[in-house]
Every structure is written in structure tokens, then in C-alpha cells.
Design a protein around this ligand. Structure first.
Ligand code: ZN
Length: 339
């Protein structure tokens, strides 16, 4: 927190557009990490934060922005008695893996920071190996969404696409995005319809043999009926789920489809536009609670906020509740006491 605060002060002190691209990209990293709080939860992201902080500090001092393994380890884990490269290599691998998931969030952070650049990580093999943040130009969209102002006492959400392990569904899920093609639509419909037909056949069998039974009812019969009712409930919830997804465009993803370590994931249907084809996207939106500084994650609104998805703070989940505006990526406080 102190490092981020320091670097923020340094950044504000410098002129807006005259900062070198790499410094702007590093500032985007810090803004992204600040709102998502990833650096608090994962060591690998703490390494990323250290890399960005050192990049900014060194660039402002006019030094090289190639950061060595030892620099990073000294900044993050000075007390661990381990060879620096052995210590760093799993964290670095995790960051490279996460790069494709954070792209959308870094673009959003860059827009909010009015930066022209987004970060890309690079490792230069050598003796010693060095690491740096490269600056890629912000991709230009035809008509980018305007950055929404954060409401009084409210928050803004940072998106992150999720590698869904629903990878059993398709290889395309590797980046958390499924092209919403005719083939995808048909295979989904076939799956749902097969489930429905199976339940209907079961219902028919149950009735057909049920009315022929003359002996008294046994506990096994009750179990059969119970299992059948469970199946009906399952099929009904699948229909309700897809109904909501197609009507409302965003739902909380069922945990069956998302990795256990990554709950609070939404499933979005992004319609096709002039630029892109339609997509099914697994995404996670996070923010930082302005009241207590803990991370905010998305939940189904439940009984308190029916029909809505809300952001709840991890520290005071019942009181620090925020709305979730999917289009504008902002939220206002929903509890009066919280405002
Ligand atoms: Zn809170």
C-alpha cells in the first residue's frame, strides 16, 4: 500500500503526457492492481506490483528499467533463503499465464488513467536475466465506451476474463471466450433438448408402470418419484438459466462451469457488433470497497436484491453492498448506512 501510494505521488508529480511509454504502462499496472487487489491475494501479482513500482521509480531517476531477479526478490521476499531465480520462476510463469486474462482490465485501467499504453511483460535471458514492462499502444476501437464517473461513495469495477475449466466444453474456452456461432448455438440446444426428452421419457415410463402397480407403495417407489422430481427441477433450472442469459445478457456462472478457485464469475453473452462476432464470456469483476478497503466481488442479489447482481465487500459482506452496472462498470452503495 505504501509503495503504491508513493508511486502514485511520484506519478502525479510528473506531467501527464511527457511520461515515457513504459512508465505509463507501469502506472496502468499499478492502477489495475490497486482496484482488483490481486497483489494482496497472490504472490505472483505482488511480484508484478514490485516490477511496476521499480519501473516507475527507476525511470523517474533516469535509470534503466531492466529489473533483475535479485531486485524483484529483494523487494518482495527478502527473507526467504532461496535462489532468486528458483523463487521467481513459478511466479513469473503464473504472470505470463495471467496476461491474456487481464488484457480487458488493463485496457479499462488505461482508459481510466488516460494512458495511451497497456503493459506487456518481457523476460530477457542473460546473466543475470532481467524483466521489464513494455508499452503496447492502446488498441483503437471504432467507438470506445466513455469512461463513467464513479458515483458518490461508489466504486468502479475492473473486468478480468476467466479461463473456464469448462474447457471440457471446448478448446475456445481457454481464454474464457466462446465464439457464439451457429454451431455453438445448435450444440447447446441439442444438449438441453436431449436432457428434456430424457426426462419426458422417464415421466412416461413412471406413469405407464405406475398405474399398473397394484401392490402397496414401497419406500423404493417414493425414492423413484423423488429422484424424478429432482431431475425435473434440474431441467427447469437449466431452462431458467439459459432464459436469463439470453434475456439479460449476464448471469452469475454456475460453479459447475468455473474453477473452484475462481468463484464470483459471471457468464456474459456479448452480441455481435460491426467489429466482433458474438461471444460467450466468463468474466470476473472486482473492485475495492471505499469504506473498508477490502475487495468487492459479485454475487447474485438473492432475496435482498431480487433480480440483480450486486458487489459485496469481503470484509462486511452484508453491509457494504454496491450495485453493478454492467454497461458502465460502476456501482453505487445500496445500503443507506454505507453511504
Ligand atoms: Zn467494505
Amino acid at each position: 500500500m505504501t509503495l503504491a501510494a508513493q508511486s502514485e505521488t511520484l506519478l502525479e508529480a510528473s506531467a501527464e503526457d511527457s511520461r515515457p511509454p513504459e512508465v505509463q504502462a507501469a502506472a496502468v499496472v499499478l492502477a489495475y492492481l490497486d482496484n482488483t487487489q490481486l497483489a494482496v491475494r497472490h504472490k505472483a501479482f505482488e511480484v508484478l506490483k514490485e516490477l511496476a513500482t521499480q519501473t516507475v521509480a527507476r525511470a523517474l531517476e533516469g535509470k534503466s528499467i531492466h529489473i533483475t531477479t535479485l531486485n524483484l526478490k529483494t523487494g518482495v521476499a527478502p527473507d526467504i533463503a532461496k535462489d532468486p531465480s528458483a523463487w521467481l520462476s513459478p511466479h513469473w510463469a503464473r504472470l505470463i499465464e495471467a496476461e491474456k486474462e487481464w488484457r480487458e482490465g488493463m485496457i479499462a485501467a488505461a482508459r481510466r488513467e488516460r494512458s495511451e499504453f497497456i503493459p506487456r511483460l518481457e523476460k530477457l535471458q542473460g546473466n543475470p536475466s532481467t524483466y521489464r514492462i513494455l508499452a503496447d499502444p492502446l488498441p483503437h476501437e471504432g467507438a470506445p465506451e466513455p469512461v463513467s464517473l464513479v458515483p458518490q461513495g461508489g466504486i468502479y469495477y475492473t473486468p478480468e476474463s476467466i479461463t473456464a475449466p469448462g474447457a471440457w466444453l471446448s478448446k475456445a474456452l481457454n481464454a474464457g471466450i466462446v465464439p457464439w456461432t451457429a454451431a455453438a448455438r445448435w450444440s447447446l440446444m441439442l444438449t438441453v433438448m436431449t436432457g428434456l426428452i430424457a426426462v419426458l421419457i422417464l415421466a412416461w415410463l413412471l406413469l405407464y408402470f405406475g398405474i399398473r402397480v397394484t401392490r402397496p407403495l414401497s419406500p423404493a417407489d417414493v425414492t423413484t418419484v423423488f429422484v424424478f422430481l429432482m431431475l425435473i427441477a434440474g431441467v427447469a433450472s437449466v431452462f431458467r438459466f439459459f432464459g436469463e442469459l439470453f434475456d439479460l445478457r449476464i448471469v452469475m456462472a454456475p460453479s459447475l462451469l468455473t474453477p473452484l478457485s475462481k468463484d464470483n464469475v459471471t457468464l456474459e453473452l456479448r452480441p455481435s457488433t460491426v467489429d466482433t462476432a458474438g461471444e460467450l464470456v466468463f468474466a470476473r469483476y472486482t473492485s475495492t470497497c471505499p469504506i473498508c478497503n477490502a475487495s468487492v466481488e459479485l454475487f447474485d442479489g438473492g432475496k435482498d436484491f431480487p433480480g440483480r447482481i450486486v458487489g459485496r465487500c469481503r470484509r462486511s459482506a452484508r453491509e457494504h453492498v454496491y450495485s453493478f452496472d454492467h454497461a458502465r462498470k460502476i456501482g453505487r452503495p445500496l445500503r443507506e448506512s454505507a453511504s
